[in-house]
Structures are given as structure tokens and as C-alpha cells.
Design a protein around this ligand. Structure first.
Ligand SMILES: Cc1cc2nc3c(=O)[nH]c(=O)nc-3n(C[C@H](O)[C@H](O)[C@H](O)COP(=O)(O)OP(=O)(O)OC[C@H]3O[C@@H](n4cnc5c(N)ncnc54)[C@H](O)[C@@H]3O)c2cc1C
Length: 411
């Protein structure tokens, strides 16, 4: 077998492109194989096309964001941290800006500018790019990888990188091929499940609120009367249940708990006010708007569309005059404002998740190089690994940094 390439990269997502570019920059002969007709389909969808590339969190906090995957990522994050990523992008004409919670975006607010930077990086290093090329199998002998079999024939090289992504948004090309390739040479695959995902609720009234955001709310979640997670921020009603940043940020934990039973969520619409303070605000509004329907007194606390539903849960007719509301009815309203209940029945399918948790077991990959401990010359990077982070740019950064480390390590 003749080695035509130093490095064969399977998958043209952020991890694959970064790895290919870095290895080529080091003088390696690199080919990148992508089964779609273009590169970076998922990258272009990131943050609805704005692309939250990384986060400004300091290294310690950055590492901790990945939970049990953090220690594994440490070398990758040290080698290619958030500042290096931003400098890399700037050197390719992409200025970045920091938004709330340290989220970093291209100033252009266009994911396309990030994709172009990566394409330029690869072009400058003369990476050969072959689209519409589906890798079907790894070619190996005596525990050393020698190439890949594709729908267009075999390609040989002494290093192969699997950056095929996870299982979410399969239309972008992430269909779990990497797990099969890895398993075919003996790698263990940690069971996959959705992380950063929305939930279906028992309450069907959510459908009428589809697309309605609720801001600055505190959401606490319970199972069998035990608190499992809590988050302050924004949520969003959907036709099937609930989503939005606060829910997505807790979702991994909630998905892990769901097999033990349904989860109750309590929404506090005014977490900075005590029940007594809210009561005096409500009373004041009732006094001033006594002739109006009670539902119009609630717009200070909740979105207009939610008012009749919340009143329905209190058995109060939404058009009842505010002045006719009894003390007992007011107490019921306050109870809902401080803790509206929803029951989470199930999560949405993995195909709709932002990220896939689980994947290639980290125990079998060298943290310093991203090389397989089982097969010489085989590398992994990006979401195919058993790594996932919260929202905020952590998942793209994991892909960029592990890709960079792999490209930096191949011989
Ligand atoms: C809607 C959405 C929004 C997101 N927004 C953000 C965000 O703003 N910030 C953030 O940090 N993260 C975000 N993410 C997550 C982030 O996009 C992923 O974690 C990241 O793209 C993973 O990169 P990757 O290179 O590992 O895999 P992918 O981006 O999934 O790329 C894998 C590539 O491999 C190719 N491939 C697969 N199998 C084969 C094969 N057999 N042969 C050849 N090619 C193959 C695929 O076609 C694909 O192009 C978002 C995800 C989604 C779905």
C-alpha cells in the first residue's frame, strides 16, 4: 500500500477543517473528505446563522463547563484557547465581538465569514478537498490505520482523523457514521443522547402560546419532590412544550433524570419580588384599573397571551372585572405568578438537539494528541467524541480546539 497522504480528514465540519488547515500549515499533505456537496453545513446554522464561536470564560471555568469531559479537553484548550481562536479568525479577516455571558460572535454576525476563514486557511495550506465523498470504512492492518474506503474508491494515508460529528440535525450530514467507523476498529462508544434539547409537556395549553418568550424568570425543576436543577433567564413556549435558553441550559441534566419519571417545573415570573411585594403591586393595579378585566392587570407580570391561561388555572374568568376579584382569588393568582407548574413528559428527539452527548469513549483517546490508544495513526476530534458543553460557544470551541490539537500532532 502506498501512502498518498500524511493526513486524511473525514468530515468537513469545524473540527475537520481546523485540523486539516493546521496539519497543512505544518507542511503535511492533507486531504479532507466530506459527504455533502459543501463544507460546514451545521456551522452555517450555528446561533441561527450568527455563529457563537467561543466564550471569554477563563481557562478554569471554560474547562469546568464540559463537566466530566473537562479534564480530557484541558490540553486542547491550553493549546488553542479562546484568545488564539479569536486571533486566528482576526488574521483571516474576521473580527469578533463579545455579547452577554461572554459569548463571542463574528462582528459581521455571519457564520459564513467563519466558514470562509477556515476555507482560506485550508486553501493556503493546499489541502485537497473532496466533497460528495462518503467514507464507508477504515483500512487498517496490524493496529495501524492505512486509509479509507469511500464511495469513489480507496484513499491511502498513514494518519486518519474522524470528525464526523454527532447525531443531531442529520440533514447537515451528522448521521453517526463516525461511531460505526470507530467501533469497527474496537473503540467503545458511550451511549448517545440529546443534550441542549427542548421538552414536551403534559399541558396542551402551551400550544396557544407557541413562540411566546418569557423573560427574566426563574425556573426550578423537581422530580419526586427533589430539586434537580434551577436556572434564571429566558424560556420559550412551543407548540409541543417548552424551550428557550434557560431550559436548554438545564436540558442535559433533565434528560438524564427523565428515565426516573416525569419532571415538574415551577416558573417564578418575578423572582426579584416576594409574594408580599407582588401582592401590593397587584392590589395597586386592581385599584387603578378596577373597571377593567382582571386579565389586563396582569400584563405587568406576564405576557398578554398568558394572562387568560393563568387565570383559567385559577378558575377565574379572564373578563371578570378587576374590582370584583376576591382576596382568595388574588392569592391564587399570586401563587401562579410565583410558581406556574408544567410537567415535562419527554425530551424532543436527538435529531432536534443542538448537541449529542455520548460518543467515542475518552478513555481510549490520548488527551495530548487526540490519537487513538487502540489504533496507531487514527485520530478523533469534535462532537464524535463523548464531549458536550453548554450553550455559549463551548461546543464549537471544543470542535476547533480538538481539531487544532489533532492537526498539530500528526507526524
Ligand atoms: C442548530 C444548531 C445551532 C448550533 N449553534 C451553536 C453555536 O452557536 N455555538 C456552538 O458552540 N455550537 C453550536 N452548535 C453545535 C455545533 O454546531 C457542533 O457542536 C459542531 O458543529 C460540531 O463540529 P464537528 O466538526 O465535530 O461536526 P459537524 O459540524 O457535525 O461536522 C461533521 C461533518 O462530517 C461529515 N460527515 C459525516 N459522516 C461522514 C462520512 N462518512 N464521510 C464524509 N463526511 C462525513 C458531515 O457531513 C459534516 O459535514 C449548534 C448546533 C446546531 C444543530
Amino acid at each position: 500500500m502506498t501512502d498518498n497522504y500524511d493526513f486524511i480528514v473525514i468530515g468537513g465540519g469545524p473540527a475537520g477543517m481546523m485540523a486539516a488547515g493546521r496539519a497543512a500549515e505544518r507542511g503535511k499533505k492533507v486531504i479532507l473528505l466530506e459527504k455533502n456537496d459543501r463544507l460546514g453545513k451545521k456551522l452555517l446554522m450555528c446561533a441561527t446563522g450568527r455563529c457563537n464561536v467561543t466564550n471569554t470564560a477563563p481557562l478554569q471555568g471554560f474547562t469546568e463547563a464540559y463537566g466530566k469531559g473537562g479534564p480530557f479537553l484541558r490540553t486542547a484548550l491550553e493549546t488553542f484557547d479562546n484568545e488564539k481562536l479569536r486571533s486566528f479568525l482576526l488574521s483571516h479577516g474576521v473580527e469578533t465581538v463579545v455579547e452577554n455571558k461572554g459569548r463571542v460572535f463574528p462582528k459581521s454576525q455571519k457564520a459564513d465569514s467563519v466558514l470562509k476563514a477556515l476555507e482560506t486557511y485550508m486553501r493556503d495550506g493546499r489541502v485537497e478537498i473532496q466533497t460528495n465523498t462518503h467514507v464507508l470504512r477504515l483500512i487498517s492492518e496490524n493496529n495501524h490505520v492505512h486509509g479509507v474506503e469511500t464511495n469513489h474508491g480507496n484513499i491511502f494515508g498513514h494518519n486518519v482523523l474522524i470528525t464526523t460529528g454527532g447525531l443531531s440535525y442529520p440533514a447537515t450530514g451528522s448521521t453517526g457514521d463516525g461511531y460505526k467507523l470507530a467501533a469497527s476498529v474496537g473503540h467503545s462508544i458511550y451511549p448517545t443522547y440529546p443534550a441542549i434539547v427542548a421538552f414536551e409537556t403534559e399541558e396542551t395549553w402551551v400550544k396557544s402560546l407557541q413562540g411566546t418568550p418569557i423573560k427574566n424568570v426563574n425556573i426550578s425543576t423537581y422530580q419526586l419532590n427533589k430539586k434537580i436543577a434551577e436556572h434564571f433567564g429566558e424560556a420559550l413556549f412551543t407548540h409541543y412544550g417548552i424551550s428557550g435558553p434557560a431550559i436548554l441550559d438545564m436540558s442535559k441534566r433533565l434528560v438524564e433524570c427523565l428515565p426516573n419519571g416525569f419532571i415538574q417545573i415551577h416558573i417564578d415570573f418575578k423572582p426579584n419580588h416576594s409574594t408580599e411585594e407582588l401582592d401590593s403591586i397587584l392590589l395597586n393595579r386592581i385599584k387603578r384599573q378596577g373597571g377593567k378585566a382582571i386579565k389586563s392587570c396582569l400584563t405587568f407580570f406576564i405576557p398578554e397571551k398568558l394572562a387568560p391561561i393563568l387565570l383559567g388555572l385559577c378558575n377565574i374568568e379572564p373578563h371578570k372585572k378587576a374590582s370584583q376579584i376576591t382576596t382568595q382569588e388574588r392569592r391564587k393568582i399570586l401563587k401562579q405568578l410565583k410558581g406556574l407548574h408544567l410537567t415535562l413528559l419527554r425530551h424532543r428527539p436527538i435529531e432536534e438537539a443542538i448537541v449529542t452527548a455520548g460518543g467515542v469513549s475518552l478513555d481510549e483517546v490520548d488527551v495530548k494528541t487526540m490519537e487513538s490508544k487502540l489504533m496507531k495513526g487514527l485520530y478523533f476530534a469534535g462532537e464524535v467524541l463523548d464531549i458536550d458543553g453548554p450553550t455559549g460557544g463551548f461546543n464549537l470551541h471544543a470542535a476547533f480546539s480538538t481539531g487544532y490539537l489533532a492537526g498539530n500532532s500528526v507526524d
